[in-house]
Structures are given as structure tokens and as C-alpha cells.
Write a protein that binds this ligand. Structure first.
Ligand SMILES: Cc1cc2nc3c(=O)[nH]c(=O)nc-3n(C[C@H](O)[C@H](O)[C@H](O)COP(=O)(O)OP(=O)(O)OC[C@H]3O[C@@H](n4cnc5c(N)ncnc54)[C@H](O)[C@@H]3O)c2cc1C
Length: 401
């Protein structure tokens, strides 16, 4: 016999799992389906997982509301109070400081696996959420009045709507012919954790240079030794060459790419290379179906905003669906789901456009362009008002819409 829910949520990554917690808190009954087993093997520090996210104030507040942030072990989260961005080709530099923007910190860094693990632990205690892990949709039918679905495991489910949080290659997005605007960034990101000889000073460091876009993001220190998570975005052929280097040679290249600000001692765990692609669905909703997180949009990681945008989707979706439920509206109706799309699309597009502009601005190494760019950076760095606006936007405390 089919089991009935308000929503079937597909994808228990950071975005889907957080949605499930907050929708259940708003008294909705949720079936959460993921092809992953839900078991995350956490490494021991300092061998931090290579996939790490900078979490904004707004995202942290949502994770607190979900009762998840409080449970993250203290030795798996690092805050950063400063951010320094510089032009590796010229002399332009911009620095941001939490204190100057009246904020306790600019953000936090947490391994994705740690967040996923804590979100799933929270869901296992939630009577309003049934987990269907190591499972996936087999067949389903959806329209404005409801959804019926069969899982690969044979379970039959009914609900008012499906929420697709199944990531960048979303099968639900593709099955349902959502048009997307997408292009290759011409970059592959190399991610890893490294040990450095100097203090990271609770600062996120980012260089835009001939060696690519390189971020050194502070991680918790262990026994007085300092670690950073790196995101190094370079053309695919350069990434291939960098991945082929020995750890020792890779560390040497990093030392130069970060403008020799840090001596790089070692790589604590294997490096990963991730091709980067910009993707944006032209619509986020159809009758009975809504896309959230990477299923709806992916952007360049240069400002660490992808998951934060996804969490912004979660906040809007929870508000729209819980209001609709209170009013007795059908959750899968286009009228209801379009409210979510209206709340999010402009903001997400504006962030994607911002990332593209940034990437292009720093792509040229022509002396004239470098000169103008550096002049602009110096002017910008003198304006506390402009810097506060950027900090508020990155923290999720202001929006474009
Ligand atoms: C190098 C790099 C650095 C980044 N740094 C940051 C950062 O600092 N800050 C930030 O905010 N963002 C960052 N991002 C972006 C961030 O990682 C993503 O936006 C975020 O992980 C997306 O989460 P999600 O839950 O939407 O998707 P995913 O994490 O991809 O989760 C999708 C889930 O769906 C499941 N799934 C997929 N297909 C199916 C199916 N058919 N059936 C059932 N389940 C399915 C998967 O198993 C998975 O659990 C970075 C991205 C990259 C590439």
C-alpha cells in the first residue's frame, strides 16, 4: 500500500537534508530519498575532507534553527574574521574585516561531509521524516493535484509535490525538460587540505593571478600546527599537470601561486579535481515539482556561495510551503510553487552574473587592463560603505531583489 506524505524530497545533500529538517519543523510530513547510503566516513583532523564550504551568517542561522549547527564538533569548524583578495599580476588588494562591518565574524568553514553527517543524524530522530536511503525514484507521475512514485526498493509513495535537491546533474530536472542556461567556466578546481608554516590569522586569502584563482581557507589548527583548505581554479590542462605532480612539487607551486605569503609544508590528504560549470534552470518549478540548490543553479566557487544560495532557496521554500499549508492550498500547484521561484530567481541570477564578471575581470593579464583593475581595487578598498555592502551580501544579510 502507498504511504502518504506532504512532500517527497529527492536528494539528501546539504540542501535537501536541511530542507527536510525545516519543512518537518513546519509540520509537513516528508519522504526523503537519496541514492547515497547516508553513511559518511569522517577522517581524523588534520586529514580534513577536501570538500569544504564557507558558510555565511544567514546559512549558519538556518542550521541553528534546524538544531544542527550546535552539534558540529568544535574541532571541525573554523571561523574567519578577515578576507584578503589581491591581484597576483598587479598590486591591487582589497581587505575585508568583520569588526569594520559590525559582524562577529565573516563566516565559518566546515567540511561538507561533517555537515551532511550532522544533518542526517538530526533527521534520524525526526518522526515527521521517513528516510529512504540507498534508494531512488523508479517511476513517478506528477501534476498539480499530486504525485505518485515507486522507489527502486519497491516502496510506493504519494505526496502533494516533489522537491528536487538531487544536485548539479539533477535527474528530475532533466527528466522533466527544464531548460537551462549553461556553459563551461574553462576551469577545474583542485581542492585539498595543506599544512602551512605560518599562521593563517583566521583570514581567508584569495589570489587572482597568472597561476589561476587560489583560495587559502583557514581550518582548525591541530597541536599548534596550521592548516588551510585550498580551492585552486585553473584551466583543465593546467589542472591535469598539477594533479600529476608529486606532493612536494605541488606544495612548491602553491607557495608561488599564493604570492609566497605562506610556506607550504605538506598535503594532508589526497587532492581532488572538480570541473566547474555554470548552470541555471530557466524555470525552477513545474506543476508538482520544484528545483532547489545545485539542481536549480551552480556557480563558480570563487566566492564560496553555491551552498549558501541553496540554503537561501531552502529558507524561501519553507516559508512559501508552510504558509500554503496553513491556508489549505495545494502544495504542488503552480500558483504556490511560483511564489518560491519569484522569491529566489533574481537573487540567484545576480550572484551568478557577479561571479562571471569577477572571473572575466581577472582573466586578462594585459598591462592596461591590469592597471585599470588595480586602480579600481584601490578605490574600492578605500570605501568602507562599498565594502560593507559586499560583506552584507556575502553574509546573506542583504539581497539583490
Ligand atoms: C570546489 C568547490 C568549492 C565550493 N565551495 C563552496 C563554499 O565555500 N561555500 C558554498 O556555499 N558553496 C561552495 N560550493 C558549492 C557547494 O558545494 C554546492 O552548492 C552544494 O554542495 C550543493 O548542495 P546540494 O545539496 O544542492 O547538492 P549535492 O551536494 O550535489 O547533493 C545532491 C544529493 O542528491 C543525491 N542524488 C543525486 N541524484 C539522485 C537520484 N537520482 N536519486 C536520489 N538521490 C540522488 C546525491 O546522492 C546527493 O546526496 C563549492 C563547490 C565546489 C565545486
Amino acid at each position: 500500500m502507498a504511504k502518504s506524505y506532504d512532500l517527497i524530497l529527492v536528494g539528501a545533500g546539504m540542501v535537501g537534508a536541511l530542507s527536510a529538517v525545516l519543512l518537518a519543523k513546519a509540520s509537513l510530513r516528508i519522504a526523503l530519498v537519496d541514492k547515497h547510503t547516508g553513511l559518511y566516513t569522517l577522517s581524523t583532523p588534520p586529514a580534513y575532507d577536501a570538500r569544504v564550504s564557507a558558510i555565511s551568517s544567514q546559512s549558519k542561522a538556518l542550521l541553528e534553527e534546524a538544531g544542527v549547527w550546535q552539534n558540529i564538533p568544535k574541532n571541525r569548524v573554523a571561523s574567519y574574521d578577515n578576507m584578503v583578495v589581491w591581484d597576483g599580476v598587479g598590486e591591487g588588494m582589497v581587505d575585508f574585516n568583520a569588526h569594520n562591518s559590525d559582524m562577529p565574524e565573516l563566516g565559518h568553514l566546515v567540511e561538507n561531509a561533517v555537515l551532511n553527517d550532522q544533518l542526517l543524524a538530526r533527521l534520524k530522530d525526526d518522526a515527521s521524516v521517513d528516510l529512504y536511503l540507498d534508494d531512488q525514484l523508479d517511476t513517478y507521475e506528477l501534476n498539480e493535484t499530486g504525485v505518485t512514485a515507486s522507489l527502486a526498493s519497491g516502496h510506493q509513495l504519494n505526496a502533494q509535490a516533489i522537491i528536487a535537491a538531487d544536485g548539479a546533474l539533477s535527474k528530475l530536472r532533466q527528466d522533466n525538460d527544464f531548460d537551462t542556461v549553461e556553459w563551461d567556466y574553462g576551469h577545474t578546481a583542485i581542492v585539498a587540505t595543506i599544512e602551512i608554516a605560518q599562521s593563517h590569522q583566521n583570514t581567508a586569502w584569495q589570489s587572482f593571478g597568472e597561476e589561476g584563482i587560489l583560495a587559502f581557507l583557514p581550518m582548525p589548527s591541530v597541536d599548534g600546527r596550521e592548516y588551510v583548505s585550498i580551492v585552486w581554479s585553473v584551466p583543465p590542462s593546467d589542472a591535469e599537470a598539477l594533479m600529476a605532480l608529486s606532493d612536494e612539487a605541488f606544495c612548491q607551486r602553491l607557495h608561488y601561486a599564493i604570492s609566497r605569503k605562506f610556506d607550504v609544508l605538506s598535503v594532508t590528504r589526497e587532492r581532488q579535481a572538480i570541473p566547474l560549470r555554470q548552470r541555471h534552470a530557466k524555470q525552477y518549478v513545474k506543476a508538482g515539482l520544484a528545483l532547489i540548490g545545485d539542481a536549480a543553479h551552480t556557480i563558480h566557487p570563487l566566492a564560496g556561495q553555491g551552498a549558501n544560495l541553496g540554503f537561501g532557496d531552502v529558507k524561501a521554500l519553507v516559508a512559501v510551503l508552510s504558509n500554503a499549508q496553513r491556508r489549505g492550498e495545494a502544495l504542488g500547484s503552480l500558483r504556490v510553487l511560483r511564489r518560491y521561484q519569484r522569491a529566489r530567481m533574481l537573487d540567484n541570477i545576480a550572484m551568478a552574473a557577479g561571479m562571471e564578471t569577477f572571473k572575466r575581470l581577472f582573466a586578462s593579464h594585459h598591462p592596461a587592463v591590469v592597471g585599470i583593475r588595480n586602480m579600481g581595487m584601490k578605490q574600492f578598498n578605500r570605501s568602507r560603505m562599498l565594502k560593507n555592502k559586499v560583506v552584507a551580501r556575502a553574509a546573506g544579510l542583504s539581497s539583490f531583489s
